[in-house]
Design a protein. Structure first.
Length: 268
């Protein structure tokens, strides 16, 4: 009942509006707008932003997970990282946007410190944080902790007996990682990578708080279709854009489910 009321019904209503015009009649005109240059550019921006932050977040988070293998599972360091990752993975929206503006914005704390103490104007042109490049750092702020949460169980599933068998048979550390560890971890790693991509692709609040003008990514273009005073009569375009996002998310999550089921065989 919960899934029906809060997921299925809103999705059907949102997508259904993309197939009707202002009079309520069925039309393909709004859905055809998905092929317009403006919409394609917006989806391309969402793709490269999501892909970039997903790849960087997966690599940094994966290295952090590898480093944590040397820490005691019940130790203070591991507990602190697990707790922080759980909190920071959900830290976004207006709070995260304000944190970055207050830190490295035009009048940010770090910006003023570097200027007054060292004479450096690294972040002096703080306008960049309100454009597409400015979304990369805030997105990585929650992508890396999410990677730690999702990938750490896979690393912990590596059995010491596999490394011992590799060494007994004359294998090296390189052969262990290339022929044993990496094939076992690959489904989990790429599954986590897809999850990070989906997380960034669907993020709205942080981008909405930082970018008040323009519709550089798909969620912001949906907002513009619903609220912009210059796009009157195109409210149903939001439904078509939602359909495009749902199709992308469906493909990504199907891939994630397939990889997750494959990885589960080694974690039992």
């Amino acid at each position: 009942m919960y899934v029906l009321l809060f997921l299925a019904v809103p999705t059907i209503i949102a997508v259904g509006t993309g197939f009707v015009d202002e009079s309520g009649s069925f039309t393909w005109h709004t859905v055809a707008a998905l092929g317009s240059p403006e919409v394609l550019t917006t989806f391309a921006n969402s793709f490269w932003l999501s892909a970039l932050t997903a790849v960087v977040g997966a690599l940094v988070g994966g290295l952090a997970c590898y480093a944590l293998l040397g820490a005691r599972p019940d130790g203070a360091l591991r507990s602190a990282v697990d707790s922080l990752s759980g909190v920071l993975a959900q830290f976004g929206g207006v709070m995260l946007a304000f944190a970055f503006v207050a830190t490295i914005g035009i009048q940010g704390m770090v910006t003023l410190f570097l200027r007054d103490v060292f004479g450096l104007d690294i972040f002096e042109d703080g306008v960049w944080i309100y454009a597409m490049p400015g979304l990369v750092l805030p997105y990585l702020y929650f992508q890396v902790p999410l990677m730690i949460i999702t990938f750490m169980p896979a690393l912990e599933s590596l059995k010491p007996a596999w490394a011992e068998a590799n060494a007994t048979l004359g294998g090296t550390a390189a052969s262990y990682w290339l022929r044993i560890a990496f094939p076992v971890l690959a489904p989990s790693f790429f599954g986590s990578l897809l999850l990070l991509f989906a997380n960034a692709f669907s993020s709205y609040a942080t981008a909405a708080a930082l970018i008040s003008q323009g519709s550089q990514i798909a969620p912001l273009q949906i907002r513009a279709a619903l609220t912009s005073e210059t796009m009157l009569g195109q409210e149903n375009l939001a439904g078509a854009l939602a359909l495009g996002m749902i199709l992308v998310m469906a493909v990504v999550m199907l891939g994630y489910s397939a990889l997750a089921s494959r990885a589960a065989r080694w974690q039992r």
